[in-house]
Design a protein around this ligand. Structure first.
Ligand code: ADP
Ligand code: MG
Length: 157
């Protein structure tokens, strides 16, 4: 169920999240709006994924992404959050984030401590970097999706 929908292409505005302090942990996550999340296949598995991301017309970077249960909606709706593996000079709320999800790492987990959470995410990031260098994932970095004008969104082409 995790892989069936991949690669998955998605584009939408970056909105304010629910302030779980991702940035304080050194792992900011750009959140998609509820509307964009609703457009995801309803049976896509929650968990940690990886792929490529680009902000506006910027460069395409590696990313890790979490599809999780949204605490703001009492865990009946999903949230989709992208951590781009790149250091940005400024926040980019309100900008258009384009992503392609190419692979799945693991299901959601609960952690006993913040330290355990951070080290799991660091491992996810290392795994994503390795996988994305493999030809089958690397090729999607050059996909026309990242160069198309906004509005021409075609999923799973
Ligand atoms: P929020 O709860 O509002 O999502 P976060 O602490 O998760 O707050 O920070 C996310 C914001 O940080 C993004 O919306 C974006 O503007 C900014 N940001 C800066 N660098 C990155 C990055 N490398 N990946 C994702 N977001 C980033
Ligand atoms: Mg966030």
């Amino acid at each position: 169920a995790a892989m069936r929908h991949l690669p998955y292409f998605c584009r939408g505005e970056v909105v304010k999240g629910f302030g779980r302090g991702s940035k304080e942990l050194g792992i900011p996550t750009a959140n998609f709006s509820e509307q964009v999340v609703e457009s995801f296949p309803s049976d896509i598995s929650t968990g940690i994924y990886y792929g490529w991301a680009c902000v506006g017309n910027g460069d395409v970077h590696k990313m890790v992404l979490s599809i999780g249960w949204n605490p703001f909606y009492k865990n009946i709706k999903k949230s989709v959050e992208t951590h781009i593996i790149h250091t940005f000079k400024e926040d980019f709320y309100g900008e258009i984030l384009s992503i392609v999800i190419t692979g799945y790492i693991r299901p959601e987990k609960n952690f006993d401590s913040v330290e355990a959470l951070i080290s799991a995410i660091q491992e996810d990031i290392e795994e994503a970097k390795r996988q994305l260098d493999l030809p089958e994932h690397l090729k999607l970095k050059e996909d026309n999706f990242f160069h198309l004008p906004e509005g021409k969104i075609v999923n799973n082409h």
